[in-house]
Write a protein that binds this ligand. Structure first.
Ligand code: NAI
Ligand code: MG
Length: 489
C-alpha cells in the first residue's frame, strides 16, 4: 500500500483563529476608587488620585485614591483596633467561616474578577480565568481550613499572631498575591493592611467589596492604594508587627534596612532567574512546551519564570529548532481574546526595561531571535524573544528581565549545569527535564532554589510552600509553611 503523505504544517496559514474576545459588559467598574479602611470606602485625606490604565489599549480605566501618611496611619489604627477588640477574641472556628465565605464569593464572581484582572494588568484572559482567579479562591479555601487547627501545625508549641500585618504586593499576579497574603494572615489571627501595586489595583479593590459584603468585622482587612511612598509609610508604621512583601529585590533590601532593629518580622519574596534544564534523555516535545510555559506565561512577568534555558549539547539543535517553530505559533495580542497566548506588558516602564535588556543582549553578542508575529500598534507589547549562545557572564543571564525574553546556554555534564545554574544571585525556582528519576533527585538536592519542578513548570497549589534562597528572599508562602510567617512562639 502506498504511504499516505502528510503535508508539513504551514504555521502561518493553518493556525489562524477567528477572534474570540471575552465580553466586558457584565463588569461593574466605578470611575473612581476610594481607600478601604475600617470596613468603609473613604476618600484620601489629601484628595489625591492616580490613573490606572489598560496596558493593551493605553486607556484610563479608573481613578484610584493615593494614600498618604495620615491615610496609612488611619488604616493601621483600624487594623490594630480590630485586632485588639474583635479578631484576637473571636473563636478560631468563626474566623475560619469568614475566610471560607470570601473564597465562595470569589468563585461566584470569578468571571468578573478574571476580566478586570486582564483589563487592568494585560495578562491573557485564559490565564486570569484558569489560573489566577481559581487559585486565589483555593488559597482562601485552604487557609480557612487551618484557622481552627493551628495547634496541629505547631504541635507542643503555643503560637500567637503578630497583630497587624502590612502586606505589599506586585503587579504580576494582583488578586492571587492578595490571596497568598490575606488568607494565611487571617487564618493565623492577624489583621491586615494590604497595598496593591499602582498599575494593578482594581482586583484588590473588588476584593475589598467582597470583604465588605462578607460581613468580616470592620478593620480586619484594610486595602489602601498608592505607590512606593505609600508602601514605605506602611512598612515604617510603628504599630505594624509583621511585613509580607513580594516585589523587586531592590525594594526588598530597602525594607530590610528600614526595619533593622525594630523587631518587626518580615517575609520577602523577591526576584528570580530560574534555570530550566533540558537533558538529552528528556521527552523533547513536552520539554519544548515546558520551556514555552516557563518563560512566556504571563508575558514572563513571573518571579519564578524559567528565564535561563540550559540544553544538553547533543540535543541543542533540535530543541532550538522546535522552540523557534513553536514561537511562530504563539499568538501575541488582545489579552481579552481567548486565543491569546501572550498579552500586554504590564506598563510602559516595564516595556522600557525589557527593551533596554534586549539592547544589552544584542550588544553583549548573544544571537538574537524573535517570532515574526505582528503586534498591535497601540498598547505595550513585546514579541517572544530568544538569546541563543548566551554566556554566564552576560547581564541578560545574570539579571532579572521580567519579560518574554529567554536566554539559551548549552552544557555537557551534570556537574557543569549545576555549577552554572547556581552561579547567580537568585534562587527561587528551577526546572529539570529528564527521563531519569535519579537525575531528578540528584538535581533537586543540589540546585539552590526554593522550588524545583521536574518534567513540568509553573505548577502552583495552595498546599505547596513557595519561596527563595539568596537574593530571592526568605520565608515561605503556601502550605503549612505559609502559616509560620504569621505566628510567633
Ligand atoms: P517594586 O518592587 O517597586 O514594586 C512592588 C511593590 O512594592 C509595589 O506595590 C510598589 O508600590 C511597592 N513599593 C515600591 N517601593 C516601595 C518602598 N520603598 N517601600 C515599600 N513598598 C514599595 O517593583 P517594580 O518597580 O514595579 O518592578 C521593577 C522590577 O522588579 C521588575 O522589572 C521585576 O524585575 C521586579 N519585580 C519582581 C516581582 C516578583 O514577583 N518577584 C514583582 C514585581 C517586580
Ligand atoms: Mg492598570
Amino acid at each position: 500500500m502506498a504511504k499516505k503523505i502528510i503535508p508539513a504544517l504551514d504555521f502561518k496559514g493553518d493556525w489562524n483563529y477567528s477572534p474570540a474576545p471575552e465580553d466586558t459588559k457584565h463588569i461593574n467598574l466605578q470611575k473612581q476608587y476610594e481607600l478601604f479602611i475600617d470596613g468603609k470606602f473613604v476618600k484620601p485625606a489629601k484628595g489625591k488620585y492616580f490613573d490606572t490604565i489598560n496596558p493593551a489599549t493605553e486607556q484610563v480605566i479608573a481613578k484610584v485614591a493615593e494614600a498618604d501618611d495620615s491615610d496609612v496611619n488611619k488604616a493601621v489604627k483600624a487594623a490594630k483596633t480590630a485586632y485588639d477588640k474583635v479578631w484576637s477574641k473571636m473563636p478560631a472556628k468563626e474566623k475560619g467561616k469568614y475566610i471560607y465565605r470570601i473564597a465562595r464569593m470569589i468563585q461566584e464572581r470569578a468571571r468578573e474578577f478574571s476580566v478586570i484582572e486582564t483589563l487592568d494588568g494585560g495578562k491573557p484572559i485564559r490565564e486570569s480565568r484558569d489560573v489566577d482567579v481559581p487559585l486565589a479562591a483555593n488559597h482562601f479555601f485552604y487557609y480557612a481550613g487551618w484557622a481552627d487547627k493551628l495547634e496541629y501545625a505547631t504541635p507542643n508549641r503555643v503560637s500567637k499572631p503578630y497583630g497587624v500585618a502590612a502586606q505589599i504586593i506586585p503587579w504580576n499576579f494582583p488578586l492571587l498575591m492578595a490571596a497568598w497574603k490575606i488568607a494565611p494572615a487571617l487564618a493565623t489571627g492577624n489583621t491586615v493592611v494590604l497595598k496593591p501595586a499602582e498599575t494593578t489595583p482594581l482586583t484588590a479593590l473588588k476584593l475589598a467589596e467582597i470583604i465588605q459584603e462578607s460581613g468580616l468585622p470592620p478593620g480586619v482587612v484594610n486595602i489602601i492604594t498608592g505607590a512606593g511612598k505609600t508602601g514605605a509609610a506602611l512598612v515604617n508604621h510603628p504599630d505594624v508587627s509583621k511585613i509580607a512583601f513580594t516585589g523587586s529585590t531592590d525594594v526588598g533590601k530597602l525594607i530590610q534596612k528600614s526595619i533593622a532593629g525594630t523587631g518587626k518580622k518580615a517575609t520577602l519574596e523577591l526576584g528570580g532567574k530560574a534555570a530550566n534544564i533540558i537533558f538529552e534523555d528528556a521527552p523533547i516535545n513536552q520539554a519544548v512546551e515546558g520551556i514555552v510555559n516557563g518563560i512566556f506565561f504571563n508575558q514572563g512577568h513571573v518571579c519564578c519564570a524559567g528565564s535561563r534555558l540550559f540544553v544538553q549539547e547533543s540535543v541543542a539543535d533540535i530543541v532550538i529548532k522546535k522552540l523557534k517553530d513553536r514561537l511562530e505559533t504563539l499568538i501575541v495580542g488582545d489579552p481579552l481574546d481567548k486565543n491569546t497566548d501572550i498579552g500586554a506588558i504590564n506598563s510602559k516602564e516595564q516595556l522600557n526595561t525589557i527593551n533596554k535588556y534586549i539592547k544589552i543582549g544584542k550588544d553583549e553578542g548573544a544571537e538574537f531571535y524573535q517570532s515574526s508575529c505582528n503586534i498591535p500598534s497601540k498598547g505595550y507589547f513585546c514579541r517572544p524573544t530568544l538569546f541563543i549562545n548566551a554566556s554566564q557572564s552576560h547581564r541578560i543571564v545574570q539579571e532579572e528581565i521580567f519579560g518574554p525574553v529567554l536566554t539559551i546556554q548549552t552544557f555537557r555534564t551534570v556537574e557543569e549545569v549545576i555549577e552554572k545554574a547556581n552561579n547567580i544571585p537568585y534562587g527561587l525556582s528551577a526546572g529539570v527535564w529528564t527521563d531519569k528519576g535519579s537525575k531528578i533527585f540528584n538535581l533537586t538536592t543540589k540546585l539552590r532554589a526554593g522550588v524545583v519542578w521536574a518534567n513540568t513548570y509553573n505548577k502552583f497549589d495552595p498546599t505547596s510552600p513557595f519561596g527563595g534562597y539568596k537574593e530571592s528572599g526568605f520565608g515561605r508562602e503556601g502550605g503549612m509553611h505559609g502559616l509560620m510567617g504569621y505566628l510567633k512562639f
